[in-house]
Design a protein. Structure first.
Length: 36
C-alpha cells in the first residue's frame, strides 16, 4: 500500500513538473528571436 501511494505521488509529481517545464520552455522559445 505504501509503495503504491509513493508511486502515485511520483507519477503526479512527474506529470505536474513535466507540464510546467513544457510551459516554461514554450514561453522561453516564444521570447527568443525566431531564426527563420
Amino acid at each position: 500500500m505504501l509503495m503504491q501511494s509513493t508511486l502515485g505521488r511520483l507519477y503526479w509529481a512527474f506529470l505536474v513538473y513535466g507540464v510546467l517545464l513544457a510551459v516554461v520552455i514554450y514561453v522561453i522559445r516564444r521570447q527568443l528571436p525566431n531564426p527563420d
